[in-house]
Ligand binder design. Structure first.
Ligand code: ARG
Ligand code: ZN
Length: 877
C-alpha cells in the first residue's frame, strides 16, 4: 500500500528522551527502550501507533513502570504495535525487544558484518530494533548503553559523548553514550566489535580540538589515511565556505564490509561501506580515491544539511540529499578541477538520471507517493536534486545563495522541515519570488529546451529564441513551463567572449549572462552586438535539460576550440559526436556503409595534438576524448536496438583509434611516469594514458595485448593495473585469462580488490561469458550476502551489452533468477538489480517481449518483497 505526501499529518505524540540499553549476545540481543512521551494532540489521548517489524520479538511493555496487560495493545502482522487507553499527559514507555542480528541479511536495523555488530537505520531500519514512531519528525535526545563480551567486542560505540564505561562480570563490559543533540531515529547508530583505531584531530574555527577516529578491521589499518585527510579537508571547507563548525568534540567513522549503500551520516558515528573509506595506492584507483573524498565529505556535510536541519517526512529526502550532493560537488571541484568535476557530474546525470526521468520509475525530486522508501534513494532525488540546488545558486549568485543558506539555518536549526522551507529561505533572504521554481519539486521528466538564434546585422542585435516543454511522465500527463536559468556567452570571430548587454538592461553586461526563462516560448535580445557571434548556450549546464540548438557543425567545432567555458567546450564535442552517432545508427539501419565524419575527425585530431603542448590540461583532454556511450544514445532514439548502438559506438571508437594510432601510442608513452605520484598532474597523466590504452585495445592487436599484460604486471599502483587488465578484458585475447589469473593470485587476500576482479570479468563482451559469470557465483570469494560482490558480478554482467542483451534472452533470464534468489536475502539489493529490466518498453520488439516476460516472472513470484514488487509492477504498469 502506497504512502502519499498529501496524507501527511503531524504525530500525535512526541518523544523527549529515548534511553536505549542493549545487551548484545551471540544468540539473542536484547534492546530495552525507555522513552519519555509527551502529548501533541488535543482532547482525549489517541492510540499510539508504533512502527515495528516481524523480525523482532516483543519481550515486554510497560507504562510508567507498570507492565501493561495484553488487552491494552495490539501487535499487527505488519509489525505495527498499537497501544490503547493511554494516560492523559506525558508518560514513560518501556519496551523490550529480542533481536537476532546474526541472522539479519537485509542489512537494515541491527546486524553483523565480519563478526562485528553495526546498524543501518535510514530510512526505516530503526523499526527493526524497537517499536517506535519511525518517522523523521519525531526528534528526541538519546542515551545508549551497550553491554557485550569484552574479548569479542572490545570497542563499543554510539552517538554523542562517552559518559561512562567499565568492566562487568562474566567477561562483559559496557559503555554509556549520550547525544546532546535532538535527532530522528534514522540517525541512531551502534557499533560493537574488534576494530583498530586510526586517530587524528582537527582544530575547529572556535579553537576546540576535535578527536577524529576511524575504526577499521585490524588488517585494513594502513588504508585509512586518505579518508582521514578527506575528513579534515571537509571540516575546514565547511567552515570556510558555509561558516559551519562541527558541534561535538568527537567524530567517528566505522568501515564495514557488508553495507547496502555508500555510507550513512549517523550523528557523530558515520558508518561506511569499506569501499568508500579504505584506500592505498596499490589497491585503490584514482577514481576510487575521488569517490572516498566525495563520500567522506558528503556524510560530514550532512551534519548540518540533514542532521541539524532534517526532513519532516521522507518525501522531502532531496531537502537533505540534493543539497548535500551539491555541497560535496562544490567541495570536490575545489579540491580538484572545477571543469572536469562538472563534466563528470553531467555525464553521470545524462547516463543515469535522464533514463530514469523518461522511464516507468520517473518521479519528481520530491515524490508524491512510495511503497518502499528505499526505492526512492534515486539518482533523481540525489543528482537531479543537486542540479535543482545548483540552479538557486545560478539564479541568486554565490552570495545570494549563501544568504539563503544562512537564513535556512537561522530559521530551522533543530527542526524537521520541508523543501518549501528551503525555497522560502532562499527567496526571503534574497527578497525575490521563486513561486514558479516550486515546479522543479513537483514535475517529473527532463525538460526539453530548443534554442534558435538570429543576428540582425543592421540593428546589431542578436536574438535567442527559446522554447521549452516537459514530457509527460507516469501520472503527470500535462506539465507547466519551468523557471530555467540559461547561462549564455557570445563568442566573437576571434574566439574571445564579447561583453553582451541584454535589451532593457541599463548596465553593459559581462561575458556570461543568466537568462531567466519563465514562459513556454521566450525571446531574449542582446543589443550592440558588432558582429555575428557564436552562442555558447547553457554554460556549465546551468539547467538539467535536454538542449537542442541550431548551432551548425562549424559553430560546434569553433566552440570546442575556443569557448572559455570548459564544460561547453566538452559539450560541443559531445554534441558533435552524438549527432554523428545518430546518423551512423540510421546508416546502419539502412545497411549503408559507416563513415566517420571527416570534419569531426579533424577537430578531434586537434584535441589529440593539444595533448603534446606544454601547458595541456590532460584531464580535460581525456574527458573530451571519452565519447558518448550507449546509455546516452539510447535516450535519444525512439526504439533501442542495443546491438546496433553497441556496433556504432564500437565503430566510432575503433575508427578514431585507427586514425590516430601513432599519436595515441606516443601520448601513452609520454605520460607513463617512472614512478607513481598522487598529485593532480600525475593523476591527469594516468587518466589520459589509460584512455589511450583502451583506444589501442579496441583495435584488438596481439601486440597491444602483450603491452597491456606487461603493464598489468609492472604496475606500481591500482589505477594502472586495473586499466591494463580492463584493456585485456575488452576483447577475446588469450592473454586476458593470464592477466586475470595473475591478478587473482596477487590479490586473493584483499576482498575489496577482488570486487574489481569480479566486475571486470562480469562485464566482458566475449561470447559465452554468461557461463563464466555463472561459474563465478560458486567462487569461494563470491558472497551472495555481500552487496559489493553482488553488484560487481550481477550488476557488472548487466552492463555488458552483447551478453546481457543476448538475443536468446539468456541474460535477462539470469538476471531475473538472481533477483529472485537475492530477494530472500536482501530486498534492497534485489530491487536495485531488477531495475535493469524496467526500461523494457524502450527496446525493439524481440528484446521487449523477452524482458517483459522476465519482469512478469519476477512480479508473479510468491513471497516477493515490497521493494522488488514496487519496481517490477511499476515497470509493467
Ligand atoms: N543518507 C545516506 C547518504 O546518502 C544514504 C542512506 C540510504 N539508505 C537506504 N536505505 N537507502 O549518505
Ligand atoms: Zn546523503
Amino acid at each position: 500500500t502506497p504512502i502519499y505526501l498529501k496524507d501527511y499529518a503531524a504525530p500525535s505524540y512526541l518523544v523527549e528522551t529515548l534511553d536505549l540499553d542493549f545487551d548484545l549476545g551471540e544468540e539473542t540481543s536484547k534492546c530495552r527502550a525507555v522513552s519519555k512521551i509527551v502529548p501533541n494532540y488535543e482532547g482525549s489521548p489517541p492510540t499510539l501507533e508504533l512502527d515495528g517489524d516481524a523480525s523482532m520479538v516483543l519481550a515486554g511493555i510497560s507504562i510508567d513502570g507498570k507492565e501493561i496487560s495484553a488487552d491494552k495493545y495490539e501487535l499487527k502482522s505488519s509489525g505495527e504495535l498499537r497501544i490503547l487507553d493511554l494516560p492523559a499527559g506525558s508518560f514513560t514507555l518501556e519496551i523490550v525487544t529480542d533481536l537476532e542480528p546474526q541472522n539479519n541479511t537485509a542489512l537494515e536495523g541491527l546486524y553483523k558484518s565480519s563478526g562485528n555488530f553495526c546498524t543501518q537505520c535510514e530510512a526505516n531500519g530503526f523499526r527493526r530494533i524497537t517499536f517506535f514512531q519511525d518517522r523523521p519528525d519525531v526528534m528526541a535526545k538519546y542515551t545508549t548503553r551497550i553491554t557485550a563480551d569484552k574479548a569479542k567486542y572490545p570497542v563499543l560505540l554510539s552517538n554523542g559523548n562517552l559518559m561512562d564505561s567499565g568492566d562487568l562480570s562474566d567477561g562483559k563490559h559496557f559503555a554509556l553514550w549520550e547525544d546532546p543533540w535532538v535527532k530522528p531515529c534514522y540517525l541512531f547508530a551502534l557499533v560493537a566489535g574488534d576494530l583498530a583505531l586510526i586517530e587524528d584531530s582537527f582544530t575547529a574555527a572556535d579553537g576546540r580540538d576535535i578527536a577524529l577516529k576511524i575504526w577499521v578491521e585490524e588488517h585494513n589499518a594502513h588504508k585509512a589515511d586518505f579518508a582521514m585527510e578527506s575528513l579534515k579537508a571537509s571540516m575546514k571547507w565547511d567552515e570556510d565556505v558555509y561558516g559551519l563548525v562541527y558541534d561535538l568534540d568527537l567524530f567517528n567513522i566505522v568501515a564495514v564490509d557488508d553495507f547496502n549503500m555508500g555510507a550513512m551520516e549517523n550523528k557523530s558515528l558515520n558508518v561506511f561501506n569499506s569501499r568508500a573509506v579504505l584506500a592505498s595506492p596499490d589497491t585503490a584507483t584514482d577514481a576510487e580515491y575521488n569517490f572516498i573524498e566525495r563520500v567522506v565529505a558528503h556524510e560530514y556535510f550532512h551534519n548540518y544539511t540533514g542532521n541539524r536541519v532534517t526532513c519532516r517526512d521522507w518525501f522531502q529526502l532531496s531537502l537533505k540529499e540534493g543539497l548535500t550532493v551539491f555541497r560535496d560537488q562544490q567541495f570536490s571541484a575545489d579540491m580538484n578541477s572545477e571543469g572536469v568535476k562538472r563534466i563528470a557530474d553531467v555525464a553521470g546525470l545524462r547516463a543515469g538520471q535522464f533514463p530514469q526521468d523518461s522511464g516507468p520509475m520517473a518521479h519528481p525530486i520530491r515524490p508524491d507517493s512510495y511503497i518502499k522508501m528505499d526505492n526512492f534513494y534515486t539518482v533523481t532525488v540525489y543528482s537531479k536534486g543537486a542540479e535543482v540546488v545548483r540552479m538557486y545558486q545560478t539564479l541568486l549568485g554565490k552570495e545570494g545563495f549563501r544568504k539563503g543558506m544562512d537564513l535556512y539555518f537561522e530559521r530551522h536549526d533543530g527542526q524537521a522541515v520541508t523543501c518549501d522551507d528551503f525555497l522560502n529561505a532562499m527567496a526571503d533572504a534574497n527578497d525575490t519570488d521563486l513561486e514558479q521554481f516550486k515546479l522543479w519539486y513537483s514535475q517529473a521528466g527532463t525538460p526539453e529546451l530548443t534554442v534558435a538564434t538570429e543576428y540582425n546585422a543592421e540593428a546589431h542585435t542578436f536574438t535567442i529564441k527559446c522554447k521549452q516543454s516537459v514530457p509527460p511522465t507516469p501520472g503527470q500527463p500535462d506539465k507547466l513551463p519551468m523557471l530555467l536559468p540559461i547561462t549564455v556567452g557570445l563568442l566573437g570571430a576571434d574566439g574571445a567572449d564579447m561583453p553582451a548587454t541584454l535589451k532593457g538592461m541599463e548596465q553593459p553586461g559581462g561575458t556570461s549572462t543568466v537568462l531567466r526563462m519563465t514562459e513556454a516560448e521566450q525571446e531574449f535580445v542582446f543589443v550592440d552586438v558588432p558582429e555575428r557571434p557564436v552562442a555558447s548556450l547553457l554554460r556549465g549546464f546551468s539547467a538539467p535539460v535536454k538542449l537542442a540548438t541550431d548551432l551548425s557543425q562549424e559553430d560546434l567545432i569553433f566552440l570546442l576550440a575556443n569557448d572559455s567555458d570548459d564544460f561547453n567546450r566538452w559539450d560541443a564535442a559531445q554534441t558533435l559526436l552524438r549527432d554523428m552517432q545518430l546518423r551512423l545508427l540510421a546508416a546502419r539501419q539502412a545497411e549503408e556503409e559507416l563513415v566517420f565524419d571527416s570534419n569531426i575527425l579533424e577537430a578531434l585530431g586537434n584535441v589529440v595534438a593539444d595533448a603534446s603542448k606544454e601547458d595541456a590540461d590532460l584531464a580535460f583532454i581525456a574527458c573530451v576524448l571519452t565519447f558518448p556511450g550507449s546509455a546516452v544514445l539510447s535516450e535519444l532514439v525512439p526504439e533501442v536496438d542495443p546491438m546496433a548502438i553497441y556496433d556504432v559506438c564500437k565503430f566510432v571508437q575503433t575508427h578514431f583509434a585507427a586514425s590516430f594510432k601513432d599519436e595515441l601510442t606516443a601520448i601513452m608513452h609520454a605520460n607513463t611516469e617512472a614512478e607513481y605520484g598522487t598529485e593532480k598532474a600525475s593523476r591527469a597523466k594516468r587518466s589520459l594514458k589509460n584512455l589511450c590504452l583502451s583506444y589501442l585495445s579496441s583495435l584488438e592487436e596481439p601486440a597491444t595485448a602483450e603491452e597491456a599484460l606487461a603493464r598489468c604486471q609492472a604496475a606500481d599502483n591500482m589505477t594502472d593495473q586495473v586499466a591494463a587488465l580492463s584493456a585485456l578484458c575488452s576483447w577475446d585475447t588469450p592473454l586476458a585469462e593470464v592477466g586475470l589469473n595473475e591478478f587473482y593470485e596477487q590479490w586473493s587476500k584483499d576482498s575489496l580488490v577482488l570486487i574489481k576482479w569480479f566486475s571486470l570479468q562480469a562485464g566482458r563482451p566475449t561470447p559465452g561469458n554468461l557461463e563464466k559469470v555463472k561459474a563465478l557465483l560458486d567462487h569461494p570469494d563470491f558472497k551472495i550476502t555481500n552487496p559489493n560482490t553482488c553488484s560487481a558480478l550481477i550488476g557488472g554482467f548487466a552492463s555488458s551489452t552483447p551478453n546481457f542483451h543476448a538475443a536468446d534472452g539468456s541474460g535477462y533470464d539470469f538476471l531475473a533468477e538472481m533477483v529472485l534468489k537475492l530477494d530472500a536475502i536482501n530486498p534492497q539489493v534485489a530491487a536495485r538489480l531488477v531495475s535493469g529490466l524496467s526500461r523494457w518498453r524502450k527496446y525493439e520488439p524481440v528484446r521487449r517481449e523477452l524482458m517483459k516476460a522476465q519482469l512478469e516472472r519476477v512480479a508473479a513470484s510468491e513471497g516477493l518483497s515490497p521493494n522488488v514488487l514496487e519496481i517490477a509492477s511499476k515497470s509493467l504498469a
